[in-house]
Write a protein that binds this ligand. Structure first.
Ligand code: SF4
Length: 385
């Protein structure tokens, strides 16, 4: 049932895995213009996998189980793992193997997630375990998302320790990011609970490929969610993601119906998901189903992982998408991964003054006053304090 390992990794020695682990942590932290830094407290390396019972599954005859965490609904025999490779059936009980075992922890600007309408100018203690429930051919962090727990050295970090790390580093937020937090949902939930006890918020950076019940439970402890909407066609999801579009759209509708602060990222991949008509249909769907206030970030693709034969997204394509979004009524459309581009700024949708001027992950100017435009008083949706 587990997805096959990438061929190059299947024969790696343990020593090489550990080396890859170290570099993956760095990779996850130092994108172009990153202001990431490591947290202050020292973390211990884990000596073993964790074995914590999973929360979203049902027992079947003959010690089989059905995982109910994501729409894949893996049916798993005893001693086997699901597609994501981080959850295991042992004798008819299902376990997560990555609870309290992050492989990457950094302090990032919240703008790097990106969340532009959530505590701008602040930092988020950002963490990931290994694992993912899809396999994007353009994954930026495939060294940690497409491996199993045994293949990567992890830290031993309880939810309480994560919350303390956030407090020590002065981060008002914990971000579950880099890989796919759906596959470490139990750990994310427990960290968010510990964070709340200390006044620290939690944000999920996700592909949105999750079942309704699990998402609802997470909504009770999260403060914002960023969803990667990878395309607006099932064909793209089949060919390049190994996932499904409809459950992601359902997750977006659920989040908005629960009044969760939500932003969307759309990575524009040349010739794959950048057709004008597709962008227009997606924007129309967003306005009609989610409303005009959900920010949409059109971000630049760079050749990665198994999609190295395509060029970076032309700036003209990103500008075209942003124009279509504005034409269709989306009030906050951004261009991402192009530092200094004016499409990075937040503009007042009423008087059009620059509200937040950005350069990469830096805030150069903030003209919001108590969540309103300082010039015309327009209320700007978001979480500002
Ligand atoms: S989280 Fe998804 S991919 Fe992983 S075991 Fe459960 S249903 Fe399968």
């Amino acid at each position: 049932m587990s997805k096959p390992l990438p061929p190059a990794e299947a024969s790696w020695s343990r020593r090489r895995f550990l080396a890859a682990g170290a570099s993956a942590c760095v990779l996850a932290a130092v994108g172009p213009g990153s202001a990431s830094r490591p947290p202050f407290l020292e973390l211990r390396r884990a000596k073993d996998l964790s074995v914590v019972e999973a929360r979203f599954y049902e027992k079947l005859p003959n010690r089989k189980i059905r995982c109910k965490l994501c729409p894949r609904e893996c049916v798993i025999d005893d001693q086997e793992r699901g597609y994501c490779g981080v959850r295991e059936n042992r004798g008819g009980t299902y376990y997560t193997l990555v609870h309290s075992r992050p492989v990457s922890i950094h302090v990032d600007p919240i703008e790097k997630k990106p969340l532009f309408h959530f505590l701008p100018g602040t930092e988020a203690l950002s963490l990931a375990t290994v694992g993912c429930n899809v396999e994007c051919k353009f994954c930026q962090n495939w060294q940690i998302s497409q491996v199993r727990p045994e293949q990567m050295e992890a830290y031993e970090a309880s939810p309480a320790l994560i919350a303390e790390l956030a407090r020590e580093s002065g981060s008002p937020t914990i971000a579950y990011t880099y890989t796919e937090p759906v596959v470490f949902a139990e750990y994310m939930y427990d960290c968010a609970v510990e964070g709340r006890k200390r006044g620290i918020r939690s944000v999920m950076i996700s592909n949105g490929y999750i079942q309704r019940e699990a998402m609802l439970e997470l909504c009770s402890v999260l403060d914002a969610v960023k969803i990667d909407l990878k395309a607006f066609t099932q064909r793209f999801y089949t060919e390049l993601v190994a996932g499904e579009l409809k459950p992601v759209l359902d997750t977006l509708k659920l989040l908005v119906s629960r009044r969760m602060w939500t932003e969307i990222v759309y990575l524009m991949i040349p010739t794959k998901n950048d057709a004008k008509q597709e962008i227009r249909e997606m924007c129309r769907w967003i306005v009609s189903e989610l409303g005009p206030d959900v920010p949409v970030h059109f971000t630049r693709f760079y050749p990665q992982y198994r999609l190295r034969n395509l060029p970076p997204t032309p700036l003209a394509t990103l500008r075209m998408a942003r124009e279509i979004a504005l034409e269709e009524g989306i009030r906050f459309a951004y261009i991402g991964n192009v530092p200094g581009e004016e499409g990075e700024n937040t503009y007042c949708p009423h008087c059009h003054v620059v509200l937040i001027r950005r350069a990469g992950y830096s805030i150069l100017e903030n003209n919001l006053r108590a969540g309103r435009c300082s010039k015309c008083g327009e209320k700007i949706p978001g979480v500002w304090s």
